[in-house]
Ligand binder design. Structure first.
Ligand code: DNO
Ligand code: MN
Length: 362
């Protein structure tokens, strides 16, 4: 396991590489070219500059999150072909710079969705929260306003105010989309892209849908063990793999995360992991909480033990954190709570591996 941190790049992230470098036990970052719109080819020079910047700070670029998939690919329009070709070229360019891992998602219109970006917790910190009642009552445009008004000037990915008009248009385009059609479009994408990933030696790692159920009537696919299995079989290649995001899959209590890790990990299909805790209050009502097991509904020891037992060697990152110690910034992506998370997860890992060595001696 390699402990990493998500970094949005110096123009888009208040957290600096220097700060990240000082988190104990971190070896690298997961980054992106945040300003390049989905569907465009990433220029080699830009990728190289990103990598150089990270390496001069004493860190490594362990992977890209995300190379976003253009909506036309998910919609399966005639334009899809062009965007798939661009995606392949981006992979080739990334490979030229030595990148070995790409995380992406296949969620229509929105990326991860929350109904409150700064819910106050008992200890006075604030966090990302989701309440299905809010989703049911409100149309997406209205929700944009409410959620974005309470987010310190940041917005959820995919929820940018300038996208409002586009979102209405997109929702219309998706009006006759079914799960089966979306599976078909995902399969088409993978059949084109995975052979290129193989040539380039880039592991592709799809991020689960977050939350793992349909939101605003849009179909969602990457939601359960059964669907993960269907996904890896669409193209049966080790390059067609998964990001296990414990907090995304874990808000559905039917998803047994340690079991999912053991199952897909032993098949060699987990390439990347986001490890965070969530507290499920009621079905489809949850808060993101501190990493330590006792704060949430997930057993972080069992999760890390499962990664250890399947000999997971890829990058892990703490995913989101709460806003603590008066920090302000991009919701979920402050420095402090994510750093605490990384250190806690490293602590669990050290204990698990030393216990294992002790037991093997006896
Ligand atoms: C949610 C987060 C997301 C995720 C992207 C991947 O759990 O990790 O920002 O990184 O959806 O494409
Ligand atoms: Mn995640």
């Amino acid at each position: 396991m390699k402990m990493t941190f998500r970094w949005y790049g110096s123009k888009h992230d208040k957290v600096t590489l220097k700060q990240i470098r000082q988190i104990p036990g971190l070896i690298g970052v997961i980054s992106t070219l945040y300003d390049i719109p989905a569907g465009e080819v990433w220029p080699v020079e830009r990728i190289r500059a990103l990598k150089d910047e990270i390496e001069s700070a004493g860190l490594t670029l362990e992977g890209i999150e995300s190379v976003n998939v253009h909506e036309d690919i998910k919609l399966g329009t005639p334009e899809a072909e062009k965007y798939i070709e661009n995606y392949k070229q981006t992979l080739r360019n990334l490979a030229e710079c030595g990148v070995k891992l790409v995380c992406y998602n296949f969620m229509p219109v929105f990326d991860w969705t929350r109904t409150d970006l700064a819910k106050i917790l008992e200890d006075g910190s604030n966090t990302l929260s989701y309440d299905e009642d809010v989703i049911r009552k409100i149309d997406p445009a209205k929700m944009f306003e409410e959620v974005n008004n309470n987010s310190n000037g940041y917005v959820l990915p995919g929820w940018e105010p300038e996208r409002l008009g586009e979102i209405k248009r997109l929702l219309e385009l998706y009006s006759d989309m079914t799960e089966e059609k979306l599976w078909k479009n995902l399969e088409n994408f993978l059949k084109e892209v995975i052979p290129v990933a193989e040539e380039c030696d880039i592991k592709m790692a799809i991020h689960p849908d977050d939350p793992p159920w349909s939101v605003f009537g849009l179909p969602r696919l990457i939601t359960s063990k059964e669907n993960l299995e269907r996904f890896i079989n669409l193209v049966d290649s080790p390059y067609n793999g998964l990001t296990i995001c414990t907090g995304s899959l874990g808000v559905d209590p039917n998803n047994n995360i340690p079991e999912i890790i053991r199952y897909f990990g032993s098949k060699g299909r987990i390439h990347f992991a986001h490890v965070r805790n969530v507290k499920i209050h009621e079905p489809r009502k949850f808060d993101e909480v501190a990493h330590k097991s006792e704060y949430g509904s997930l057993d972080m020891f069992e999760i890390m033990k499962a990664f250890y037992d399947v000999k997971f060697e890829g990058p892990i990152r703490p995913d989101h954190g709460r806003m603590i110690w008066d920090e302000e910034g991009r919701p979920g992506y402050g420095l402090y709570d994510r750093a605490l998370g990384a250190v806690y997860l490293n602590g669990l890992w050290e204990a698990i591996s030393k216990m294992d060595k002790l037991n093997n001696k006896n």
